[in-house]
Design a protein. Structure first.
Length: 74
């Protein structure tokens, strides 16, 4: 094989490996992704069944009252 042909073969092998690496990374991406609203395992273990099912929206809290006060349409 000529010197130029050997260089092409090396380059072709490199580009093939690079392309396969990209395909593997794209395929593994969704499997490794974590939902934004997922609770970390260390925090989930601290909640019991009643705490997990409890309503967390508190309409009388100062933050909720301030939201509705500032966004009131008149």
């Amino acid at each position: 094989m000529s010197e130029k042909g050997a260089e092409r073969a090396v380059r072709r092998g490199f580009l093939k490996a690079l392309g396969l690496g990209g395909v593997v990374a794209a395929a593994a991406g969704p499997a490794l992704a974590q939902r934004a609203d997922a609770v970390p395992a260390r925090d989930a273990r601290k909640e019991n069944e009643a705490q997990r099912l409890a309503a967390r929206y508190k309409p009388d809290s100062p933050g909720v009252q301030a939201f509705y006060r500032t966004n009131r349409y008149e």
